[in-house]
Design a protein around this ligand. Sequence first.
Ligand code: GNR
Ligand code: NI
Length: 169
Amino acid sequence: MALIPILTYPDPRLREKARPVEVVDAAIRALIDDMAQTMYAAKGIGLAATQVGVARRVVVMDLSPEHDQLQVLINPTITARDGVQVCEEGCLSVPEVFEEVERAERIAVNYLDRDGQAQQLDADGLLAVCVQHEIDHLDGKLFVDYLSRLKQDRLRKKAGKRQRDETRP
Ligand code: GNR
Ligand code: NI
């Protein structure tokens, strides 16, 4: 198991569209283990492979209070959506930014589990938000894309300043 560095906005690799997993093999399971370790270490409730520089459709999540209920979603697709909810979102790839985003309240999701078995999930509330946020990552989309032009301009400036600060000798 290994920790993998998490890419941060505005890294162009966060904009790549991930391709589906064809076979859930040992390499994919090793990726899942590394992603889970990375997510827990970063104290996130979800992580998409895109965020660790791997353009494959793999997501890990754990919304449980004891952090002992790992969920693995391979090739997730939303098959139904209903209602609207607004949730304050954050993202490990956009540090220190928390903003309200509107999403579907309830969704149905088809995916493969870590054994390659087809599964279905009905999600609402925060779980539904998290699944939609993670599938967006797989499509190269970030939650900040839903914000106003003004807020996005401010974020770009903040990210530019952060990068200059971090690379200054
Ligand atoms: O840890 C995370 N918390 C969170 C809170 C509200 C809505 C979405 C999220 S996902 C985020 C982890 C992350 O960046 N996943 O891609
Ligand atoms: Ni995120």
